[in-house]
Design a protein around this ligand. Structure first.
Ligand code: GLU
Length: 304
């Protein structure tokens, strides 16, 4: 498979989408990012790397961090995790409070904000040094020790984080947050502020592409069965209320973020990441989705 040729072709084809969509601006620091950037990187299980555009530029991974939080929470809580959140797609926006109220403070899944805020509470309670342990885990997955939080982005989001604060309050009211709301939110925003490049994300997601390889990164261990289950949640819940459309068009498990990144993988083949800040109305990168649709169409490789 000539992945480089395929990525080069994709890069040319997505140029026609220049200017389509809007970058997230509800987090003030994200509104400063140049929206015309685009990068893509694919790494195979054998370690071959293919890249185009701004594949080495770091960006705000935002909700992609929820995958890393889930891996840590699942490794510590096991099946008990599902007493505090569900694992069904929500069909509503990532920051919606409607379902949370109807379902008495039990988030639909780990990838909506409510679920990730509960995971933030779990990590704060269970980890000896949560801020350090989370970033060390991400560094180990990505194979790069310089990956870091961006405290300016975290603070910028916190300063406007009224909706997430409302979600956290509702969770606390229903006894689904044990710790201090302020600390839980600060850690949630910090996890969202991690900056990584497409190349680093593609490498990190290789860990999920081969669930038969032992998952053990910086002491975070998952069984093959747990990785398989995480992958199922990425497939069904990883793309906001557009997971069905993403399955239909692309057919890969993964996770998107409002920074414009999408990280995904093809089981037994590769990890892949695309980044371009302009989003569609559901919060997924316009160029990112198109690029991945072209990838699975051109390679005829997907999970279906
Ligand atoms: N930090 C963002 C928020 O809570 C994450 C959103 C996302 O990427 O989906 O609004």
């Amino acid at each position: 498979m000539d992945y480089q040729q395929i990525l080069d072709d994709i890069y040319l084809q997505v140029q026609s989408l220049a200017g389509v969509g809007r970058q997230a601006d509800y987090i003030p620091a994200l509104a400063q990012v140049d929206p015309e950037q685009m990068g893509m990187c694919l790494e195979t299980l054998d370690g071959d790397l293919f890249a185009v555009g701004d594949a080495q530029v770091r960006f705000s991974i935002q909700s992609i961090s929820k995958v890393f939080a889930l891996a840590m929470a699942l490794s510590m809580e096991g099946e008990n995790l599902w007493q505090r959140m569900g694992r069904e797609p929500s069909g509503s926006t990532f920051n919606s409070m409607v379902l949370l109220e109807v379902e008495h403070g039990k988030p639909r899944n780990p990838f909506i904000n409510a679920g990730a805020i509960v995971m933030s509470d779990i990590l704060l309670e269970r980890l000896p040094n949560p801020h350090r342990d989370f970033i060390h885990f991400v560094r180990a997955l990505a194979g790069n020790d310089s990956i870091a939080y961006n405290p300016i982005v975290a603070e910028s989001e916190r300063s406007q984080g009224y909706l997430n604060a409302a979600i956290a309050n509702l969770l606390k009211y229903h006894h689904n947050i044990k710790g201090d709301i302020e600390q839980v939110l600060r850690f949630y925003f910090l996890m969202c502020s991690v900056e990584m490049s497409c190349q680093e994300l593609a490498h990190a997601f290789l860990a999920f592409a081969n669930h038969r390889r032992p998952f053990d990164y910086n002491g975070v261990k998952l069984t093959a069965s747990q990785v398989k289950r995480m992958n199922a949640i990425m497939q069904t819940c990883g793309f906001y209320d557009e997971a069905g459309e993403f399955s239909y068009l692309v057919g890969l498990p993964g996770k998107s973020g409002v920074g414009g990144g999408i990280a995904a993988f093809c089981p037994q083949r590769y990890g892949v990441a695309v980044w371009s800040p302009r989003l569609n109305s559901k919060g997924n990168s316009v160029v990112g989705m198109k690029a991945l649709e072209l990838l699975t169409t051109d390679t005829e490789e997907s999970i279906f």
